[in-house]
Ligand binder design. Structure first.
Ligand code: ATP
Ligand code: MG
Length: 335
């Protein structure tokens, strides 16, 4: 049986990269026969400093964004990580399975820690181990993520294999499959075609937030980095043109088409014509999400009830899996 798991951090506004690379695909996976679990990963958020008074609001806001994008508590288990203690319990076992050498190769840690690596939190370093626990505590088989999470998924597979080997339980944890698909698995910053669009980028012009209004979206797309050439005749002509490639990928993902299809339609036309069309499209797709989010946030009690129900259903799956792993490791439980 297939089981899908993925998570998003409640750190700032969701952007078009999160939507096209992750949440839109989460929605598409509902009702295809697989069980789907989607998690607000608040324990990941605190690997960098967060203001406690703002974090609670950010957790509710991301939950509202999930629902506004079309995640359905009837068809998916929607919850926040910290309300299911089995994630942290399994993460500790995995800290003792994973090797320091494996974590030293993780590029996201290097990027997020920056120059002051000694000053980064231990949690930021162990982030990928907790992520492995998030996935494996459900024995999830499929993990829809953006391209930037590929390395962490490989680590999760290595941890699963080493746990199974160390504790002589060959089939205890499955090998989770990353699902990195479609034309927008790595949406780039609108200011710098070599960097991914990110919640933590200090420049708001670098990203389109799901809460941006029509004017902000139009402005950001108008200012988006491209080169002076028109759109190419074929999709191969996007090679070496990161800004152009990025906008075509976004257009394709928003219309559920391929980049080749979009290029065929726009071949030879200038970006001065393409950009306003893209802006209209983005407004048309994004603006309704912000409206629904506002409505949902007017009733925080409903959001909290969704999370409480999700946590209960998630725990029912996760607790026996974590307990089984503790048993395999020889930890004594007498109650
Ligand atoms: P942060 O900068 O705080 O890490 P983020 O924008 O990377 O924020 P996350 O919560 O870390 O957001 O990631 C949530 C999901 O969105 C992950 O599956 C990730 O791969 C995906 N994702 C993040 N940025 C992009 C992007 N630019 N393009 C496509 N997918 C993305
Ligand atoms: Mg990230």
């Amino acid at each position: 049986a297939h089981r899908v798991f993925s998570g998003v951090q409640p750190t700032g506004n969701l952007h078009l990269g999160n939507y096209l690379g992750a949440v839109k695909r989460f929605v598409e996976m509902q009702g295809r026969g697989a069980e789907t679990l989607y998690c607000v990963v608040d324990l990941h958020a605190i690997t960098v400093p967060q203001k406690p008074a703002e974090l609670r609001g950010a957790i509710r806001e991301l939950t509202a964004a999930f629902l506004a994008c079309g995640l359905d508590p009837e068809r998916s288990i929607i919850f926040n990580q910290s309300q299911v203690p089995a994630h942290a319990e399994l993460a500790w076992l995995f800290n003792c399975v994973a090797r320091i050498g494996w974590l030293n190769r993780m590029t996201q840690f290097k990027e997020k820690a920056g120059k002051d690596r000694e000053g980064a939190s231990v949690g930021l370093y162990a982030y990928p181990v907790l992520m492995a626990a998030d996935i494996l505590v459900y024995k999830a088989t499929h993990v829809p993520v953006g391209e930037d999470q590929k390395q962490h998924l490989e680590l999760a597979r290595d941890i699963a294999a080493k746990f199974n080997l160390d504790f002589e339980a060959p089939d205890y944890f499955p090998q989770p499959e990353p699902m990195i698909e479609g034309p927008a698995t790595r949406v780039m910053s609108l200011r710098d075609g070599t960097k991914k669009m990110s919640k933590s980028d200090p420049s708001d012009l670098s990203r389109i937030n799901l809460t941006d209004d029509a004017d902000a979206i139009a402005l950001k797309i108008r200012k988006a980095q491209t080169d002076p050439e028109p759109l190419p005749e074929t999709v191969d002509g996007l090679a070496g043109r990161p800004g152009a490639d990025n906008l075509v990928g976004v257009y394709a993902a928003l219309t559920d088409r391929t980049k080749a299809d979009v290029v065929a339609e726009w071949a030879g036309k200038p970006f001065s014509a393409f950009k306003p069309a893209l802006a209209d499209l983005a407004v048309q797709k994004v603006a309704p999400i912000a409206g629904r989010m506002r409505d949902l946030l007017a009733d925080p009690g409903h959001i909290d009830a969704v999370l409480a129900n999700g946590a209960e259903r998630a725990s029912a799956i996760a607790e026996p899996v974590a307990r089984g792993a503790y048993d395999l490791a020889g930890l004594l439980r007498t109650r």
